[in-house]
Design a protein around this ligand. Structure first.
Ligand code: C2E
Ligand code: SIN
Ligand code: SIN
Ligand code: FE
Ligand code: FE
Length: 366
């Protein structure tokens, strides 16, 4: 119990340190916005963020104006973002794409405008940088466009970082909250069990060829595969003997309980955790639970965690069983190829078994 509290504290401290650097990024973005404005002699500069889920564009940084929110396809900014096109418009009032609602509300008259979409490393549009009204009634020219495009690339990086950090922060806060709500850790598995399953999962994912980002994500979420065990009565969860069929039926509900806890969240990280909780006891030949999914119907995260979990469970002493020796473990995996487990994963596991044993030796239970 004490150790869990320590982990929770580390978690919280990590979040706080990330919030601090988030503040730093925010300042950087404001500086970039002011720089854009001055570099092209514009009156105003706004940085718009695209929220794909809400289908909204909103101003993250906008000097002199209150934050504005509008539909993602509205106006000139909406056009630039939707089409991923840079625009120089020197007669805004006569441009049919222009949405004059904002001018009408603020009493400000937009005459000239440049909008440059911001794209992230995956080439997705994440927003736009917009300057309005070149000073002294001049028009924006090719040089201005070049400068603003340059700044936009830096702003895009800063915005990506901010969005990523915000997601991390929100994820961590939500995790802390959910873990807090679920209360005490009721499983007797040690912290090293989840640590090992996490590392095995990462390695299997890597060997399988998933991207680094996905491997890291799976490492983060696989420790939650058995979170549903918090809903299982002590008498069953800690029974120092084999379970009866009835007790096993109750035990099997841990996959649904875990899924229900996690799936209501929209956060990608918890969505992935929900898949793992739900599918880690499915079997490749369709004889697993809860849905009897077959082969590639089982999400790759589920297939990977299944192998990682059983490898660790077999090698560990439980209240109801002794630890197995390596020869027997390898025998079981060979025998269960394409039955319990994805055959490709079994091959990868056996070819690289020394790496898996090394992880086990690194995180030994005491
Ligand atoms: P767990 O201990 O983390 O085991 C995860 C999975 O590893 C098991 O899923 C099973 O596929 C495999 N496994 C573990 N021990 C053995 C073993 O001795 N022989 C074989 N062939 N496979 C093994 P499963 O069976 O769906 O069990 C899910 C969870 O239910 C287990 O998680 C454990 O918490 C509990 N459980 C299962 N059987 C018993 C039992 O006889 N007594 C008690 N007290 N708990 C059990
Ligand atoms: C538009 O993009 O047409 C309206 C937004 C603005 O004027 O700032
Ligand atoms: C568990 O796997 O955490 C439950 C069985 C046990 O207490 O060893
Ligand atoms: Fe499980
Ligand atoms: Fe487990």
């Amino acid at each position: 119990m004490k150790r869990n509290a320590d982990e929770l504290l580390t978690f919280i401290l990590d979040s706080i340190s990330k919030i601090a650097s988030l503040h730093h990024q925010e300042k950087l973005l404001v500086a970039l916005s002011e720089m854009s404005r001055d570099i092209v002699f514009a009156d105003r500069c706004s940085i718009w963020i695209l929220d794909k889920r809400k289908k909204k564009l909103w101003t993250r940084v906008s000097d002199g104006v209150k934050p504005i929110e509008m539909h993602e396809k509205t106006g000139i900014v909406g056009y630039a973002v939707t089409e991923n096109r840079s625009l120089v418009i020197n007669d805004v009032q006569h441009d049919e794409r222009f949405n004059d609602a904002i001018d009408k509300k603020t009493g400000y008259k937009t005459k000239t405008m440049m909008v440059i979409p911001m794209v992230n490393n995956d080439n997705q549009v994440i927003g736009a940088i917009q300057v309005i009204n070149k000073k002294e009634n001049e028009i924006f020219d090719a040089q201005d466009l070049k400068y603003l495009t340059l700044v936009a690339s830096y702003a895009a990086e800063s915005v990506s970082t901010i969005l990523m950090m915000e997601e991390i922060n929100q994820t961590q806060k939500e995790l802390i909250f959910r873990l807090g709500v679920t209360g005490e850790n009721r499983s007797k598995e040690t912290g090293f069990h989840v640590k090992r399953v996490a590392e095995y999962s990462w390695l299997l994912a890597r060997l399988y060829g998933l991207s680094l980002r996905e491997c890291d994500m799976l490492r983060d979420v696989s420790p939650m595969h058995d979170i549903g065990k918090i809903g299982i009565a002590d008498a069953i969860l800690h029974k120092p003997d084999r379970l009866t069929d009835e007790e096993m039926d109750v035990m099997k509900t841990h996959v649904q309980i875990g899924y229900d806890i996690l799936e209501s969240s929209e956060l990608p990280l918890l969505q992935a955790a929900a898949i793992v909780a739900h599918e880690h006891h499915e079997k490749y030949d369709g004889t697993g639970y809860p849905r009897g999914l077959k082969g590639e119907e089982i999400h790759i995260y589920g297939r990977i965690t299944a192998l990682a979990d059983v490898f660790d469970a077999l090698g560990s002493k439980r209240v109801y069983k002794e630890a197995w020796d390596d020869a027997h473990i390898l025998e079981l995996f060979e025998a269960q190829k394409a039955k319990h487990f994805d055959p490709l994963l079994v091959d990868l596991f056996i070819e690289n078994k020394e790496k898996f044993f090394a992880i086990r030796d690194e995180f030994v239970d005491v």
